[in-house]
Ligand binder design. Structure first.
Ligand SMILES: Cc1cc2nc3c(=O)[nH]c(=O)nc-3n(C[C@H](O)[C@H](O)[C@H](O)COP(=O)(O)OP(=O)(O)OC[C@H]3O[C@@H](n4cnc5c(N)ncnc54)[C@H](O)[C@@H]3O)c2cc1C
Length: 503
């Protein structure tokens, strides 16, 4: 069979998804091999939120050859070592999901099993005491140590906070340099081929027509091509993730930037605080069925660290995913492919992995259904594992102080998540799934953080005498404290290496 390469890709949408996808494709494919055009509408604009990330973004910048410090300067960025969760398990409770583990395995057994044994013997120190990112974050420190197996100071990962609007601009410059053509215009019509239902062309408001072999729908929530034209369908997950609204506002900086995102549970949702160099990003994510918009506004505005810099902006969404992220010759990436609330900052990660997967399964003009099905299977698995991880934050709560939290505590769970909770409760292990974005320590952070402890630890733990174990753990605490203390403050680190000129 003749191999006819895809030579023209049209990306519809110039938000974070559009420009990350354009940058990835332009970096991988020489311009004479693939012509990339991106169309975006200034009139419609971008969603303009999405300011906290996960460590995987380092790989994206590595692939693109982007200097991390230059990127932070350009986007008024700060570093992120994890997320502090306040009032989730119970009002007054705090736990940390750090980008790292709880210390090296001992005789092949993860450290949290040994911690559990000590706890059962009456040692009440929290698991967070063995997390290096937490030790650094709680002191407000930060540094990047050279990665090496014999350098314990490097045993953590970091992610970033940044200004979403500036990030898009930054990537646009990168992609245009590699030959991506940007067209400003509003798509008003999508024409399908009468022969096979493939997307044939899009028409702009001024009458211009744009055609391509491959169409990438990065048009945001509405899914201009994947849903409005191709009617692919949406799987609605609101029964598990009932939050469907957000109010977003920036506020003045009042203190040194923390090297972590803060997520504080409220009576019908939660509030984020993201520290940037020039402002703080804030938002209240809430379930409109349990909290009115006026009340949400009051909750948000009365819980800011500094004065608001504008009126709060409202967004509505439906948790879920497109039934097929790839249909015929159209691949949806970003909000067009689905959305889950930003509780673990996973949307930008999903854009990154979708773009990478598209490269891996890059089609020819036959658009072989087997490849498309595989892309969709992997995408669905990835979304579902993240969905389970997010639901875990809600369903284990001990809060019963509002209708919302009572609903979360009692809702029926997806089978996969119910199994995870049951297995962990039984023996402290987390089942592994291939499409899981999270390693075991992340699951443990949220399970234990919510006060959910296994009934027993692994049998092999008893091979180490208790006294020896206590000594190992005491040494670990001292080592973490020493490493964290030796680092400069996060603010000093930023000033030294990645301060935006205007900030
Ligand atoms: C409240 C909230 C908080 C979030 N926080 C985080 C976070 O902390 N971390 C994280 O990783 N993610 C977060 N996200 C998700 C993140 O914002 C998005 O994943 C990211 O911005 C990508 O959006 P997008 O590019 O898919 O869509 P958009 O930003 O909406 O961009 C859509 C693009 O399509 C264009 N377009 C639309 N219609 C047309 C048309 N007819 N013609 C031409 N162009 C068109 C628009 O002009 C725009 O350029 C958050 C989302 C929300 C709602």
């Amino acid at each position: 069979m003749e191999f006819r390469p895809v030579q023209r890709a049209l990306i519809v949408g110039g938000g974070t998804a559009g420009w990350m996808t354009a940058s990835t494709l332009a970096r991988i494919f020489p311009r004479e091999r693939l012509q990339i055009v991106l169309v975006e509408s200034d009139e419609i604009g971008i969603v303009g939120v999405g300011e906290a990330t996960v460590p995987l973004l380092q790989q994206f910048h590595g692939l693109l050859g982007i200097d991390e410090r230059e990127f932070l300067k350009a986007t008024y960025g700060t570093y992120k070592l994890g997320i502090e969760f306040r009032d989730w398990a119970r009002v007054g409770g705090v736990f940390f999901h750090g980008f790292g583990d709880y210390g090296a395995d001992i005789q092949g057994i993860p450290a949290h099993h040994y911690w559990l044994k000590l706890r059962q013997l009456g040692d009440n120190r929290p698991l967070d005491d063995y997390s290096l990112p937490y030790a650094i974050a709680r002191r407000g420190h930060f540094a990047i140590a050279p990665k090496a197996e014999d350098n314990p100071a490097s045993f953590f990962k970091h992610a970033f906070h940044f200004d979403a609007g500036l990030y898009g601009r930054f990537l646009r410059g990168y992609a245009e340099n590699l030959g991506v053509t940007r067209i400003e215009g509003k798509v008003v019509d999508v024409a399908l081929s009468p022969e096979n239902g493939f997307v044939d062309r899009v028409t702009l408001a001024d009458g211009r027509e744009l055609s391509a072999d491959l169409f990438i729908d990065c048009s945001g929530f509405r899914g201009l091509l994947i849903e409005e034209a191709l009617q692919t369908g949406y799987e609605d997950w609101r029964r598990w993730l009932p939050c469907d609204s957000a109010l977003v506002v920036a506020s003045e900086v009042t203190s040194a930037p923390t090297p972590f995102t803060r997520s504080t549970a409220r009576t019908a949702g939660w509030q984020w605080r993201i520290p940037l160099q020039h402002r703080s990003g804030n938002g209240l994510v809430y379930a409109s069925g349990f909290m009115g918009d006026d009340e949400a506004r009051d909750v948000l505005l009365s819980n800011l660290d500094g004065a608001p810099l504008a009126e709060p902006r409202q967004l509505r969404f439906t948790a879920g995913r497109r039934k097929k992220a790839w249909h015929k010759n159209c691949v949806a990436i970003g909000l067009a492919a689905g959305f889950m609330e930003p509780l673990e900052s996973t949307s930008i990660q999903l854009i990154q992995t979708a773009a990478a997967r598209l490269v891996q399964y890059f089609p020819d003009q036959s658009f072989d259904p087997v490849m498309i099905d595989e892309y969709n299977r992997l995408t669905a698995g990835e979304h579902e594992r993240i969905r389970d991880f997010l639901i875990l934050h809600y369903c284990l709560t001990q809060r019963r102080d509002s209708e919302f939290w009572r609903y979360c505590a009692e809702m029926e769970l997806p089978d996969t998540l119910a199994h995870t909770i049951e297995l962990f409760g039984s023996c402290g292990k987390v089942p592994r799934h291939t499409e899981d974005s999270y390693a075991e320590p992340s699951w443990v952070a949220v399970l234990v953080g919510n006060g959910f402890l296994p009934r027993r630890y692994e049998a092999l733990v008893d091979n180490i005498p208790t006294e020896q174990l206590q000594q190992i753990f005491a040494r670990r605490r001292a080592e973490l404290a020493g490493i964290a203390e030796s680092m400069p403050t996060h603010e000093t680190f930023i000033r030294r290496f990645c301060m935006a000129e205007a900030a």
